[in-house]
Write a protein that binds this ligand. Sequence first.
Ligand SMILES: [Zn+2]
Length: 477
Amino acid sequence: MTSKFIWVAFILATLTLSITFSLQPDEQKVLLVSFDGFRWDYLYRVPTPHFHYVMKNGVHVKQVTNIFITKTYPNHYTLVTGLFAENHGIVANDMFDSILNKSFSLDTMNIYDSEFWEEATPIWITNQRAGHTSGAAMWPGTDVKIHQSFPTHYMLYNESVSFEDRVAKIIEWFTSKEPINLGLLYWEDPDDMGHTLGPDSPLMGPVISDIDNKLGYLIQMLKKAKLWNTLNLIITSDHGMTQCSEERVIELDQYLDKDHYVLIDQSPVAAILPKEGKFDDVYEALAHAHPNMTVYKKEEIPERWHYKYNSRIQPIIAVADEGWYILQNKSDDFMLGNHGYDNMLAEMHPIFLAHGPAFRKNFTREAMNSTDLYPLLCHLLNIPAMPHNGSLGNVQDLLSSAAPRALPYTQSTTLLHGSVKPGEYEQEESYAYFIGVSLGSVIVIVFFIIFVKHLIRSQMPALPDMQAEIVQPLLQA
Ligand SMILES: [Zn+2]
């Protein structure tokens, strides 16, 4: 009877352990959506019922600190790598690499050179290396061959493809015979209209309403495909937008000789490559040129921007104050709205909302870093994270099964390029998982010891007879 009880207890303990393992977020589906240039407070500018529906039934982070420079390509690559620009290598939308002797430009869509992207490994590649499949609808960089790979399914970038067609592809991939576990969806607005109109324009209201309707359409399609309750939907953006004015333009031609430098990237962070022997001339002419422009030698760029240790960052950068514009001269393109400024400015901050089985309901967090999304994604997809600058601890309380609830908010870890060996930033597991495994292991070990002891005791009565038999002949002799 006792032996039966011990066996039942042993099986129960083993079950505890296996349930703990099965609670791990394997087989989680994730759809990451970016609405380019959706500033954090657009949510409150006009009624946005679909965004608020996600917030009410999911999670919302009020202030997301993105990375410097607050431009589209650097920030989209951060969302899928967890790295600062100096570490992932996409340091601007327009770049020149003096080592590769190559240029990169979003303006001319000269972005397909793999070497620019290969200082990091984006999440779709890591996901596929772990045996899963990914699908990308126009997410920046997903139609570029990186480390010899593309996403399992992807669309060639074409801005004229409608939002509805992009959603249709995503749904098709999630519901196919071999469904993807990771989807990435990108939409160009409200960035385009934000540049044209300026974020302060009352005409931005209908633009924001239109994005809300697009989100509504996505939710409707996910419900129709029976994905709404099983898929984890994360809605974010790359940066915000600030109002500019033609009265706040700084013209480089007023201070610099055009023949002394090459302007690699423009406003609001002018990337300046002085010609040979002209560094001092250029720096001195510019250093105190304008009260609303701060000029840095590369080595003097503030550490908090994590924007220094990369050959694609030019020897001099000139950073405009918020709302100011740097142009070579006034004949260059000017836009009423722009971004790229200091990532501490609230106007530069994006949105972050999420809904799905992995997330809590009606929960708001004050702050996170955009670098924290990457370890969160790796955790959800149950894949090992590459070295990154984020922290799962910063966002773990967004998760429905995560414990403890109130983890302290910490700054992004600093990872200097190439200074950390892969493996030091391994995927962090939840406390609940460790407690479960430890408890399960202890229970199994304790019952195993009791069982062995019981087995030994049950053999004990035979022992005196055996001894008697051994002793007997001796007595007879
Ligand atoms: Zn933009």
